[in-house]
Design a protein around this ligand. Sequence first.
Ligand code: IPE
Ligand code: IPE
Ligand code: MG
Length: 258
Amino acid sequence: MGFNFKKITEKIKNLKNTKSEHELDYTALPEHIGFIMDGNGRWAARRGLPRSAGHKAGAEALRRITEFCDKIGIKIITVYAFSTENWKRPQKEVKALMGLLSQYLGDAERELAGKNIVIKVIGDITTLSQKIQQQVIETERLTQNNTGLLLNIAINYGGRDEIIHAVKQIAKEVQADRIAVEDIDDQLMSQHMYTRGIKDPDLIIRPSGELRLSNFLLWQSAYSEFWFAKIYWPDFNSQHLLAAISDYQKRTRRFGGI
Ligand code: IPE
Ligand code: IPE
Ligand code: MG
């Protein structure tokens, strides 16, 4: 990837309306950003609306942020849509969330496929409805040859679940004498995560005011930078994203070195 000054200048020009106080270095963008899309319920409650209305507004925010990330040149985003713990919620809410996910995937086949975005789903999808599983396969298939932003959607995803899944796979390979115990290292573990082949997130953004990971990308976030803000996800916009990237660019990443 060479430095394309003209392309970057154009991008900055296009951003003139949205970018004001955050001066960014577009040659040093985080390559991979994780989003914990939290605060939908509180966003709705504040407006006297049902939680499902918050989730609907959250899905809209995702559409806007995905397009914006693609526009400014972010390569990968991973969004937390439904955790392995979210099944604890009332059945009505789980149903509404699954309905929205299905709608999102259905729309994505039509809308995003034309927009050059690659969509992948991470998490244990085997327990989701047949319809959603089919939609996941179809959306991934339709967008696999696109060359733009990679959008990873985490559905029925849990960091611990992912690590257990990886350990079980590796244990089976050891049992079958395909690998030796001594071969188990960082790289091998990474290769057995749902995110295999994808760079670890440089930046993880969590709106809503909560200061925790809630089981998101536990393995991959070892050296990620974090950005938290007291905004509800449906209100999260391009200005917030630029602020997060601007903060990120002021940090020194040492990875344990000096
Ligand atoms: C995030 O919003 C969406 C999911 C977890 C699926 P929440 O539903 O957690 O909203 P709050 O945190 O209760 O406001
Ligand atoms: C994290 O949010 C999961 C998603 C955004 C999908 P939660 O709302 O489930 O997290 P907790 O319960 O506040 O930790
Ligand atoms: Mg929440």
